[in-house]
Design a protein around this ligand. Sequence first.
Ligand code: NAG
Ligand code: NAG
Ligand code: NAG
Length: 472
Amino acid sequence: MRSTVLALGAAALLGAGTVLADDIPTCSLDKKCPESAPCCSQYGQCGVGAYCLGGCDPRMSFSLDSCVPAPVCQDKTYKMDKASMNKIVDIGKYLGDPSTADWVSQGEPVNYNDNTLLTMPKDSVGTVLASTTYMWYGSVKAKIKTSRGAGVVTAFILMSDVKDEIDYEWVGTELKTAQTNYYFQGIPSYVNSGNISVTDTWSNWHEYEIRWTPDEIQWLVDGQVGRTKKKSETWNATANQWDFPQTPSRVQLSIWPGGLASNAKGTIDWAGGPISWDHPDIKNYGYYFATFGEITVKCWNANSAPGTNKGKSYYYNSYRATNDTVVDSNKRTDLASFFGTGTDMDKGKQSNTKGGSASATKSGGSAQTSVPNSIPGAGSAPANQVPGGGAGTVPGGGSGSSGSDDSGSDGGQGTVSGDANACGMNGFAQDCGDGDSGSGKGTTNNGVRTTSTAKGASALAAVVGFVGLMFL
Ligand SMILES: *[C@@H]1O[C@H](CO)[C@@H](O)[C@H](O)[C@H]1NC(C)=O
Ligand SMILES: *[C@@H]1O[C@H](CO)[C@@H](O)[C@H](O)[C@H]1NC(C)=O
Ligand SMILES: *[C@@H]1O[C@H](CO)[C@@H](O)[C@H](O)[C@H]1NC(C)=O
């Protein structure tokens, strides 16, 4: 395993530096995306294609319908075993049909002993998986063995497109604590976190569960309730609303480097100190990793809203983005190509079947063309590669975003999944035998992803910087 991954890192380095662009529009509540790149990604940047899929924030996008409707909840058990690896699809290859993928990935998931490892090789920004379907209340439980080491964070969260969020996070130096948290619409709060004591989270499998109803959130470990938060405790008199997560959310699993030197000091401290790339896990395995076993989603299945999953998709009909503004509809959820948006879902449709994704990937990733970026984390999209992890929001695109400058220095090591060789070596099935005929695709994708990974580190700093505020 070790040499494989080292080789992978080397391959990544070689591919670095292809494409960089700094002209990607950013977005926030005060600054919506332009019509030409209408979709605001989870990490606050504008684009088309995959920017309009999971994580697209309608409040910050050009119009409410710029984002593609979100696939409704499905009861499901994800085995996370070898056979299910082909249901983990790179973000550069997913167009929004949840029957084609269970998870969308950025980074490097690897199968090991019939579990899925999320890996973080030296100098990378880790790996994130996001579910392709959304939960509108319900229960999700996951068998997890966390990562370890100073500055290394494992996360299992629910995150909505308007940044309602319910979290488990584990810091690699605090292996007896599961940290829990929640956010309403990404509004920073200093008082919502809570800890649950557990036996060593690195050595032991535990089953972590989030039970989320319109009235309360419960965090359970191995079937025992460790924390309960009631909606009734969350009234915000200033805003005249419940500051309680209430909108359809994706499950996100990640490992990310909270202890990067470029992060805010508060973040690094919270994450257990600076990350060391000479840690035994890097030496022995080639990466830090968190291990995910079976994951089970049970939808809330309300008879009437909120919390239904009767149709195909959810969308928002108001900028308030509260639970009474979510519509459970039969609108389609898939784009014809990476040129599409919520208001032009067939854009770029090709008569020739297989070509669509390749050409769109190329165009989207290339800063030299005038095509807006289409794959968060591709090409020039610094902020979007990033594992969600903590409070994956940077309200106003603000705090900590200074990190986006030093990204180049990371040189794009890390997690290239588009590289054909890497594929063969590490058996990350998704990017291997997809039968892609165009060799140009692999090449392009490699350059793109490498670059984006490099920038991602800094973007992560931006995201993490925000989390870090809470600990300053
Ligand atoms: C949770 O545990 C962490 C690590 O031990 C600690 O820093 C933090 O203050 C705790 N949070 C709460 C709310 O007790
Ligand atoms: C109440 O809502 C306002 C406006 O959204 C927000 O700024 C404030 O932080 C909230 N109060 C608390 C205690 O979270
Ligand atoms: C969600 O919607 C229901 C019914 O409209 C409402 O009673 C409830 O307060 C809402 N929940 C939250 C958290 O806003």
